[in-house]
Design a protein around this ligand. Structure first.
Ligand code: ZN
Length: 167
């Protein structure tokens, strides 16, 4: 297992050292949202360009701990070019990856419970790719909000973009 953990650590470090999609987009036509994690002091700004149902461009700004910034970089490369529906499925899968373990840490993470969740997994397979590298974060519950901050901020940006399209 050490080999896998090393690989995961390397992926997270790589995103921290060379964050993808760093920068800003002009608003409008892009939409932006700001996210803040008071537990850690992380700040994330997400800019997205929505074309119909597809995120054609995404940029990230912000400062904070390595987990929050690496997670933002990984999120941005995972969702660029995807449809809103695909992004929702990916967000759900990512949060489940976090919350399942969060529950486990509560002491009630029985195998039966995990079995049920496996059965309820959506038929459509969601490819997590590099995002799986963040699953080690769940061993540090205080950092889970660092890892999910960019995803929550992305959801706000999508909401803003969809509201702008309607108007
Ligand atoms: Zn943090």
């Amino acid at each position: 297992m050490a080999g896998l953990e090393d690989l995961y650590r390397e992926i997270v470090l790589d995103h921290h050292r060379s964050p993808r999609n760093r920068g800003e987009l002009a608003v409008p036509p892009a939409c932006k949202a700001d996210g803040f994690n008071p537990l850690c002091g992380d700040e994330i700004t997400v800019y997205i360009q929505l074309d119909g149902d597809t995120i054609t461009d995404i940029k990230m700004g912000g400062t904070g701990c390595s987990i929050s910034q690496a997670s933002g970089s990984m999120m941005s490369s995972a969702v660029k070019g995807r449809t809103v529906a695909q992004v929702r499925a990916l967000t759900k899968a990512f949060k489940e990856m976090m919350s399942v373990h969060e529950k486990d840490l509560g002491g009630d993470g029985s195998e039966a419970e995990q079995g049920i969740q496996a059965e309820e997994a959506p038929a459509e397979e969601v490819k997590m790719g590099d995002l799986e590298a963040l699953q080690g974060v769940v061993r540090f519950p205080v950092r889970i909000k660092c890892a999910t901050l960019s995803w929550n901020t992305l959801a706000e940006a999508i909401k803003a973009a969809q509201a702008a399209e309607v108007n």
